[in-house]
Design a protein around this ligand. Structure first.
Ligand code: FAD
Length: 621
């Protein structure tokens, strides 16, 4: 039975005055308020009314709900459901998305409603067979947590091994000033466990960490996490059909045997630091953004930042405020968009709406995802009208923001189409370039000395601190973190060579009962949040394990032909995307010919549909 995860009724303890107050003050999303009012009254005319009318009506409706204690109807049961869906595609003025006139396809709607329900379990619970199984999960970021959530719900015993001192992965490791989400917080949360307490529309790192830690405490996941446990390898034993996981903890080598092994180690957890001549001579402080030295103070210092990707975008404006001078070495210029509410706090009143107005949070999420579904194909298509228009708009934007300064325009406007690299959110990047204490060098650093970094022409830049915002070993996937030996002792990094592939990014032939998350071609780079990938992966893996238990299989290994056919399809699909453009260098590309190995070349709904487990895809034992 599919259940709605939130929004059944108004909290009974709210007084009439509190309900009025929360709807009268603070910013609320008008489009969402209109949909919610139409939903609760079953009257589509509310979709066209103004804010004052809608709010007054909603107060009346909520007081009635509060007094009656009756639950609200599920959205799809509403007689005005289709009108609500269409309306939820209108522009969101505060959020910076454009409206769409496209109607959702049946598949898109089916997917969205499943997400709105929190991706409920498929099939029945696994009962007495549970004791016969154990799952080891390596990594406690959002993917590890998602798999653990599924195991927890199905009663399947599991252990998470985490090499760091605390859980939450990216959000524990990235503590540099300014670290934050660049996807909306409302979608950077599990659909099954929305967070009504987000303080910002785009949450800062510590807020995300707090959300994930609370979630793990609430579901009892925390007690199954072993921290400071570094997995060295996982080896499949063909006689027992078990994985032997070797790890280091407390300076001892330990082993754990499991039926299923999941490498949930992320694409962005192993920093990449380029080798630069003289690096070891440097006498100042130096660190990668993901290994930031706590309390590192930039005040009055000459700071050099290598890189201009997402992490540089986050940290540089913070450094500029206090540093004597900030010099940025740019390998690749970036495209970025302005999002009006990027740094805006969610008002306490709107937080209350998220919490107590039935379906406000759900429709907000629906609206955000709806925009992503609508724009995915057009803007991503290389050479399309939408992509060309975006390039023109963004070029104008950069020029205007840097006051048409020719030197900055020349350096900052990319010479490849937008979306080809990760689209960033402008974090005062352009305006920061106009400050006197900032220099942008359009090249990688050539050499490093004791107290300086040398530019392409040998010019010396004084440096007290060097920050490497140089990204991660993204294209090695889990093989950057550990060794995985499948059937016949084959090692994963050798098996897939320089162009990693997997079926659904999750599993590979010859590696039975092994799953990787955030694997090859799963990155939703053109919208959507990685928590979405994590939920999809968690459900797939949970369902595979449950199927093994129900049917009594010891092994599930994806068939070669299924893997090959899927990857042939991906290769064809990638050809029309801007990611494949030969002019740009990005962390999505791998191998000799720059194959796009990281991104998912299909809409959210298609991947959602493909990741319903089909046991015919597997060889079984
Ligand atoms: C600064 C930053 C901002 C980001 N912002 C966004 C955003 O706004 N929206 C978005 O969708 N995505 C964002 N991302 C991408 C982000 O990586 C994903 O959203 C998500 O956190 C990935 O989760 P994960 O579980 O796959 O991996 P991670 O969070 O990287 O977790 C992997 C875990 O595995 C552990 N591990 C690795 N190797 C081993 C080993 N051998 N033994 C034991 N443990 C191991 C690591 O310590 C880590 O805790 C951002 C990434 C960064 C770096």
């Amino acid at each position: 039975m599919q259940q709605w995860t939130c929004g059944p009724a108004v909290l009974p303890h709210l007084t009439d005055e509190e309900i009025k107050h929360n709807l009268s003050f603070g910013h609320q999303n008008l489009g969402v308020l209109q949909v919610v009012t139409a939903h609760l009254t079953s009257d589509a005319s509310w979709l066209g009314r103004d804010a004052a009318e809608v709010k007054a009506k909603l107060v009346e409706v909520l007081i009635n709900y509060r007094s009656s204690g009756l639950p609200a109807n599920a959205p799809e049961k509403s007689p005005v459901f289709q009108a609500m869906c269409d309306h939820a595609a209108l522009p969101m003025p505060q959020e910076g998305f454009k409206g769409t006139k496209k109607r959702l396809t049946d598949l898109q709607l089916e997917y969205l409603m499943d997400e709105m329900r929190g991706f409920p379990e498929i099939g029945e619970e696994v009962e007495d067979l549970q004791k016969k199984c154990h799952v080891t999960i390596c990594g406690s970021g959002v993917h590890g947590i998602s798999v653990a959530l599924r195991c927890q719900r199905q009663g399947i015993p599991y252990t998470i091994l985490e090499r760091d001192t605390d859980l939450s992965g990216t959000w524990h490791q990235n503590i540099y000033p300014g670290v934050r989400c660049d996807t909306p917080s409302i979608t950077y949360s599990f659909s099954s466990d929305p967070n009504p307490n987000w303080k910002y529309y785009f949450a800062y790192g510590p807020e995300v960490k707090e959300y994930l830690k609370n979630l793990c405490d609430r579901y009892g996941i925390t007690q199954n996490v072993v921290t400071e446990a570094t997995v060295e390898s996982a080896t499949f034993d063909e006689n027992s059909s078990m994985w032997q996981v070797k790890y280091h903890k407390d300076r001892e080598v330990k082993f754990i045997d499991s039926n299923v092994f999941v490498a949930a180690v992320g694409q962005l957890s192993n920093p990449f630091i380029p080798k630069i001549p003289g690096q070891e001579l440097f006498e100042g402080q130096a660190c990668h953004t993901a290994r930031f030295i706590r309390d590192l103070d930039f005040t009055g210092k000459n700071v050099v930042v290598m890189g201009t990707g997402a992490s540089a975008m986050g940290i540089c404006p913070e450094i500029q405020k206090v540093a004597k001078h900030l010099t940025i070495f740019q390998g690749t210029p970036q495209w970025y968009v302005e999002i009006p509410n990027h740094k805006v706090e969610i008002s306490p009143e709107e937080q209350c709406c998220m919490r107590f107005v039935p379906f406000y949070e759900r429709w907000y999420r629906f609206q955000t995802l709806r925009q992503i579904l609508a724009s995915y194909v057009d803007v991503l298509t290389s050479g399309s009208e939408a992509n060309t228009m975006l390039e023109e708009e963004l070029t104008k934007y950069i020029k205007r923001k840097v006051n048409f300064r020719p030197d900055l325009v020349e350096k900052m406007v990319p010479k490849y189409p937008p979306i080809c690299t990760r689209m960033l959110v402008d974090n005062n990047w352009c305006t920061m370039m106009l400050e006197e204490n900032v220099t942008l060098i359009n090249s990688r650093a050539k050499e490093i000395g004791k107290n300086e970094v040398f530019g392409p022409n040998g010019e010396a830049v004084p440096a007290d601190v060097i920050i490497y915002a140089t990204g991660f070993q993204s294209t090695r996937f889990c093989t950057a973190s550990l060794k995985v030996f499948g059937k016949g002792g084959v090692e994963l990094s050798e098996d897939w060579g320089l162009e990693p592939t997997a079926y659904l990014g999750l599993t590979r032939p010859n590696f039975p009962n092994f799953f990787m998350t955030y694997g090859p071609n799963t990155n939703v780079s053109s919208g959507g949040s990685i928590i979405w990938c994590a939920e999809i992966a968690g459900r797939y893996i949970g369902e595979c394990v449950a199927s093994m238990l129900r049917k009594g299989y010891k092994e599930l290994a994806v068939k070669h032909e299924v893997h090959d056919e899927y990857n042939h399809y991906l290769t064809q699909e990638l050809k029309w995307t801007a990611w494949d453009d030969q002019r740009c260098v990005s962390w999505y590309k791998s191998g000799k010919f720059g194959k796009v190995t990281n991104n998912l070349p299909m809409g959210l709904e298609e991947f959602w549909a493909r990741t319903r487990v089909n046991l015919e895809d597997f060889n079984k034992k």
